[in-house]
Design a protein around this ligand. Structure first.
Ligand code: MN9
Ligand code: PYR
Length: 305
C-alpha cells in the first residue's frame, strides 16, 4: 500500500496550456481564469508545465509563476500535478522543492532531455527529484519525444518506492500500458497519455488519463469515462470516435497547441500563441478554428444532454 491517496489521481486530468500576455510573458490572471473554468467542469485535476504546458520552453522562474497561479486559484479543489522535467537535474530539483513549498500535490518528470542517457543516469535524475521533497512522484514516459525507452525492470524498481505512485504513459502501445500496469501492481497508477486512445487505455488498465486535448473538450472525455464506468461500452466508443475526429482536425493546424489555444481564445480565455519553435496559428486559420470550436461546443451540449 502507498501512503498517499491514490484516488485523487484517478480520472480526467487536464494537461493545462500556459497563459501568455501580449508581451508573451506569463499571464497569471489569465491562467487563474482558465483554471477556474476547468474546476467547474468536473475534472479531477490539472497537470501543469508538461508538453501541452510548454514547461520545456519556459525559464525556471516562469514555470514557478504558472504553478503558483494555478494553485492560488484551484489548489484546494483540484489535484495539481506539476511537471518538473528539465535538461538539468538541478533545475528539476529546484522546481520540485518550489512545488512542495507552494502546495502542489505531486511532481512528475520526463527523463532529462537532450543527452542520450543510460538507464542509470535517468534513474539518478528521477531519484534526485524524488528525494528532494515528500511529494508523490509520477513518471512521465513519452519516448517519442525524449528518446528514452523506459524498461519494465526500471519501472518495477522505481515503483517499489512509496513515493513513486504512478506513470503517465504517452507511448502509443496499449500493450506497453498494460504491461506497466501489471508490473506496477495494484497500488500503482497508470495514466493514459494518447488522448486518441483514452478508452482503449482505460479498458486495458489505465486508471485515468492526462491529456492536452482535454483542455478544449474536458466534457467529452468525462463522458467517455462516465460511459465506461457504467459499462456502456458502445456509447463510450461512440464518444471516443467523435473525439478522434476532432483531434484529427486539431492536428491539421500548424501546431496542435496553437489550435487549442486559439479555440480557448474564441471562448474568451486568452492564453496567447504557443512559444516558438511551436508554430503559431495563422490569421488565415481563424475561420477554420471557429468552425471547429462550434462543432466541439455542439458535441459538448449533446454530451451533457
Ligand atoms: C505529445 C503530447 O503532447 N502528448 C499528449 C500527452 O500525452 C497528448 O495529450 C496529445 O496531445 C494528444 O493525444 C493529441 O495527439
Ligand atoms: C501530459 C500531457 O498530455 C502533456 O504533458 O501535455
Amino acid at each position: 500500500m502507498k501512503s498517499y491517496d491514490l484516488e485523487s489521481f484517478k480520472g480526467i486530468i487536464i494537461a493545462m496550456y500556459s497563459s501568455y500576455d501580449a508581451e508573451r510573458e506569463i499571464d497569471k490572471e489569465a491562467a487563474r481564469k482558465l483554471a477556474r473554468h476547468y474546476a467547474s467542469t468536473g475534472v479531477k485535476g490539472l497537470y501543469v508545465g508538461g508538453s501541452s504546458g510548454e514547461g520545456m520552453l519556459q525559464s525556471v522562474e516562469e514555470r514557478k509563476q504558472m504553478l503558483e497561479a494555478v494553485i492560488a486559484e484551484v489548489g484546494k479543489e483540484l489535484t495539481i500535478i506539476t511537471h518538473v522535467g528539465a535538461p538539468s537535474t538541478r533545475d528539476s530539483v529546484e522546481l520540485a522543492i518550489h512545488a512542495e513549498k507552494v502546495g502542489a500535490h505531486a511532481v512528475s518528470a520526463v527523463p532529462a532531455i537532450y543527452y542520450r542517457l543510460s538507464p542509470d543516469s535517468v534513474e539518478s535524475h528521477w531519484q534526485a527529484i524524488i528525494d528532494s521533497t515528500a511529494l508523490p512522484f509520477i513518471i512521465y514516459h513519452i519516448p517519442q519525444t525524449t528518446g528514452f525507452q523506459l524498461s519494465k525492470s526500471l519501472l518495477i524498481k522505481m515503483a517499489a518506492q512509496d513515493k513513486v505512485i504512478g506513470v503517465k504513459i504517452s507511448a502509443e502501445s496499449t500493450f506497453e500500458l498494460q504491461q506497466f500496469k501489471a508490473a506496477g501492481g495494484k497500488n500503482f497508477l497508470v495514466l493514459n497519455g494518447p488522448d486518441e486512445q483514452y478508452l482503449a487505455g482505460r479498458s486495458i488498465g489505465a486508471d485515468g488519463g492526462i491529456g492536452g486535448t482535454y483542455g478544449v473538450m474536458p466534457e467529452l472525455f468525462l463522458k467517455v469515462e462516465q460511459c465506461y464506468v457504467q459499462g456502456e461500452m458502445a456509447e463510450a466508443q461512440k464518444w471516443q470516435f467523435i473525439i478522434n475526429d476532432l483531434i484529427v482536425e486539431l492536428l491539421s493546424f500548424p501546431s496542435l497547441y496553437g489550435a487549442c489555444k486559439a479555440i480557448l481564445s474564441v471562448r474568451g480565455f486568452e492564453t496567447g500563441q504557443p512559444r516558438m519553435p511551436l508554430l503559431p496559428i495563422k490569421d488565415s486559420d481563424q475561420e477554420r478554428v471557429e468552425a471547429l470550436n462550434n462543432r466541439i461546443l455542439d458535441y459538448i451540449l449533446e454530451a451533457k444532454g
